[in-house]
Design a protein around this ligand. Sequence first.
Ligand code: SF4
Length: 448
Amino acid sequence: MALSGLQIFKLLAKTNCKECGFPTCMAFAMQLAAGKAELDQCPYVSDEAKAALGEASAPPVRKVTVGTGDMAVTVGEETVLYRHEKRFEHLPGLGVLITDEMDEAQAASLLTQLKQTEFNYVGQNLRPRVAAVKSDDPGKLAKLAAMAVEIACAAVVIMSDDAAALKAAAEPIKDNKPLLYAANESNFDAVAAVAKELDVPFAIKADTLDKLAELGQKALDGDFKEVVLDPSSSSLGDVLMNQTLIRRAAIRKTFRALGFPTIGFPCLMTGDKMLEAVYASVFIAKYTGFVILSDLDPARVMPLLYLSQNIYTDPQRPMQMDQGVYPINDPGPDSPILVTTNFSLTYFTVSSEVEASKVPAWLCIMDVEGQSVLTAWAAGKFVADAIAPFLKKSGIEEKAPHRKVVIPGYVAQISGELDEELGEGWEVQVGVREAADIPKFLRQWSAN
Ligand code: SF4
């Protein structure tokens, strides 16, 4: 069982020397208990305390990093079953399978596509970051692994049942920290030995959770910390059940043998591309660390990346923009003034529609602690006596002296009060409710 902050505190030196970066031993103990600090940050932990604390302070789902630098994909380090309990820590690494059934040009083309695929979503760049290479031929496997590093700059998963082939492919790129996939009942010792020798993470695979837990315990007994689990799910029901049971065992029971992140291969479960996307979405929704697809069709990759980002957004920290006046399409003194809230999704939805309209405009973004228009209005934050002083202090009068302000259609009811609050010389206009109608609205506004 995980120790409480107080239990951990009792095992510390209690000198409050601050060398760990925290003001007191108690503060350090609380952070350690929450999985937000590492034991080795304190140089004064006795061997006895280390033995007691080391295992207890590790997160229930261990952290695993595949790749290094910009190529690194970190998964795991999770402490909750449901996002609203705290947050999920690390986005799953989405990737693509490259096999020796492709010729070299096809493999190179897919790896180039992997490197170039990127989508911007509410201000964040999202991309698939994993190349899983598979071959039964050791020479071809090594070639594909090297190409994945050189061309895609991706985190690499090397797939073979043959420990010698894994070693031959991983050794030249061991500094890029590839994941060896996979150790099973029959090759566990050989694959684990390669992982230890090259100091890289490895995956374990079994066709039942009992066998997976046995191998997980074997990895723990061998002092392996970076291990990834594959429960060999072969149907949608399997995915749902296995992923949930593994996470529950790790979080609710602190069952260390299954306290590792997982990997899923929707690409190997079906030949139907749409069904593959459905499987992938369930893997993502159910905690999977690495999700490997058969191709990088943007029509499926983009929604899967957006899904991951939505699930892994910290619910305690609303995504928000800085308050201010944002010029779009190079506006001038006669350009319309739009005002809305600083919820990131609102900003990016509105600004992209304004951009698409090609009409120059001033977008006044008001700080309402990252809430959407209606939520902020209901909370009394996006109301007339708050908007008026914001607009007057924003400097928009100097930029657009016409002082005609367009408010979102959803808060049409505040237009009269805002008119009064702003006073003489200002004019409040009610805009559209849906962002999709903004281009038409702006073109009409400019024509008048
Ligand atoms: S470094 Fe260790 S002894 Fe010093 S304050 Fe931190 S926890 Fe306490």
